[in-house]
Design a binder for this molecule. Structure first.
Ligand code: GAL
Length: 414
C-alpha cells in the first residue's frame, strides 16, 4: 500500500503539461489503414491472465487465426505489478508474468505476430493497478523498449470527480487526498488533451504503436480521435449476450461518418464464442462488426475453441468486408424495429449487405438493388458470405433470417 501512495505523491508533484488535441499532426503514420485485427483476453479471462496463457494463446493464434489476418495479441488490465519500481518504471506482475513483458513480446514476435499492452490515462487502471497519470513519457518509453506495437489506453480514475474515489481505493483519507490533489488532475485535463499527450509520448518514444483510445465514448472521441489515435471506443463495455450486442450496434450506428482509414469507431471486442452468445448470434455479431468496419479483436479462448467458433472468426469473405480498402462504415438503410437492412459500399463498386433479425422469430426479409444504391443492371452477382454460394439475381434478394441471426451478401452488378 505504501508504494501506491508514493506513486500518487510523485504524480501530484509533477508539472504535467497539457497538449492541445487539435495540435500539429494528424496521424499519418500509415498504421491501421484497415481496422486492426487481433485478440484480447479481457472478455474471456478478465484479470485471470498469466504469461503461460498468453504464450499458449499466441501459439493458437498463429496456428488458427493468423492466416485470416489476425495480427495483434493485446494484453489487457492486470498484467502489471501493484506498484511501480523505485525508478517509477512500470513492472510486470512478478508471479503471473515472471519472465517479463520483453520476453513475452519476443516470443510473440517470433511467431510473426505483434503485441499490444494496456494502460490507463488516470491514476489507476480500472482494476486499481498503477495508472499512467504523471508517467506518460516514461511509460511510452518502457513500452517501446519492450517492443510493444499497440497500446490500449483506458480512462478509469481520470475524471476530476473520481479523485476522492481513487484516493480511497489506495487507502488515503479524503482529507489527505485533497491535500495531494487540491485541484484534481488539473484544469484542461480531459479526454482530448490526455490522449493527445500520450500520442505525443508514443511519438517521442520512437516506436510505432497503434493507439487505441478507450474512454467508452465519453468525451466524444470521434470528434478528435482521428488526430490522436487509430481507434476509439464508442460505447461502454460489451457483454457476452445478445441484448448487449444489439445495444452496442445502436450506439455505434450513427457514428459512421467519422470512420475511415487510419481512424475507426470501436464498438468493443468480439464476444463470438463467449458467454451465452450462440453460433447464430455469433455470426450476426461478426457480420455486423464487419459491416461497421470495426476492429476485429477476438475475445474467446483460442486454445479450446470449437470449429463452429473458428469458422466464424475465420470467414475470410466476411473479414474482407471489414477490411475493405475503401474503409467505409456501413449504414442502416431499413429498420422496422426487429428487422434491419445494412449497406456498406466497397472499393470494387459493389455493396456488402446484412439482413439482421433482432427478434425472437424467424423472418422473411428482402432488399432491392436500388435500395443498395446499385445502378440498374440486367442482373446482379450475389454472393452469400455464410453459405458460401453464388447466384445471379434480377433486382432483389429475399431470404429467411433466423431469430437473432443475420444473412450477409456481397452484391455486384453483373
Ligand atoms: C474497461 C475497458 C475494458 C477493459 C477493462 C479492464 O474500462 O472498457 O475493455 O479493458 O476496463 O479493467
Amino acid at each position: 500500500m505504501r508504494s501506491r501512495i508514493a506513486i500518487l505523491i510523485t504524480a501530484a508533484a509533477m508539472v504535467f503539461p497539457v497538449a492541445s488535441p487539435a495540435a500539429s499532426h494528424a496521424l499519418d503514420d500509415g498504421l491501421a489503414q484497415t481496422p486492426p485485427m487481433g485478440w484480447n483476453p479481457w472478455n474471456a479471462f478478465g484479470c485471470d491472465i498469466t504469461e503461460d496463457l498468453i504464450r499458449e494463446t499466441a501459439d493458437a493464434m498463429a496456428e488458427k487465426l493468423q492466416g485470416a489476418g489476425y495480427e495483434y495479441l493485446v494484453l489487457d488490465d492486470c498484467w502489471m505489478a501493484p506498484a511501480r519500481g523505485a525508478d517509477g518504471n512500470l513492472l510486470p506482475d512478478p508471479i503471473r508474468f515472471s519472465h517479463g513483458i520483453k520476453a513475452l513480446a519476443d516470443y510473440v514476435h517470433g511467431l510473426g505476430l505483434k503485441i499490444g499492452i494496456y494502460q490507463d490515462a488516470g491514476l489507476l487502471t480500472c482494476q486499481r493497478l498503477p495508472g499512467s497519470y504523471g508517467f506518460y513519457e516514461q511509460d511510452a518509453k518502457t513500452f517501446a523498449a519492450w517492443g510493444i506495437d499497440y497500446l490500449k489506453f483506458d480512462w478509469c480514475f481520470a475524471n476530476v470527480d473520481n479523485i476522492p474515489y481513487a484516493c480511497s481505493a489506495v487507502g488515503l483519507s479524503i482529507q489527505t487526498c485533497l491535500e495531494v490533489w487540491p485541484k484534481g488532475l488539473g484544469a484542461g485535463f480531459n479526454q482530448a488533451t490526455a490522449y493527445a499527450m500520450m500520442r505525443d509520448a508514443i511519438a517521442a518514444a520512437g516506436r510505432p504503436m497503434v493507439f487505441s483510445i478507450c474512454s467508452w465514448g465519453s468525451g466524444d472521441p470521434w470528434l478528435w480521435g482521428k488526430n490522436t489515435g487509430h481507434l476509439w471506443r464508442t460505447t461502454p463495455d460489451i457483454e457476452a449476450n445478445w441484448e448487449s450486442i444489439v445495444g452496442i450496434i445502436d450506439q455505434n450506428a450513427d457514428l459512421a461518418p467519422y470512420a475511415g482509414p487510419g481512424g475507426w469507431n470501436d464498438p468493443d471486442m468480439l464476444e463470438v464464442g463467449v458467454g451465452s452468445v450462440t453460433p447464430v448470434e455469433g455470426r450476426a455479431h461478426f457480420s455486423m462488426w464487419a459491416m461497421m468496419a470495426a476492429p476485429l479483436m477476438a475475445g474467446n479462448d483460442l486454445r479450446t475453441m470449437p470449429d463452429e467458433t473458428l469458422n466464424i472468426l475465420t470467414n475470410t469473405e466476411v473479414i474482407a468486408v471489414d477490411q475493405d480498402p475503401l474503409g467505409e462504415q456501413g449504414v442502416r438503410i431499413l429498420d422496422d424495429g426487429d428487422h434491419e437492412v445494412w449497406r456498406k459500399r466497397l472499393a470494387d463498386g459493389g455493396r456488402a449487405v446484412v439482413l439482421l433479425n433482432r427478434g425472437a422469430a424467424a423472418a422473411e426479409m428482402s432488399v432491392t438493388a436500388a435500395q443498395l444504391g446499385l445502378g440498374p443492371a440486367a442482373s446482379y452477382h450475389v454472393h452469400d458470405l455464410w453459405a458460401g454460394t453464388a447466384s445471379g439475381v434480377e433486382g432483389a434478394i429475399t431470404v429467411t433470417v433466423e431469430p437473432h441471426g443475420a444473412a450477409m451478401f456481397r452484391v455486384n452488378a453483373a
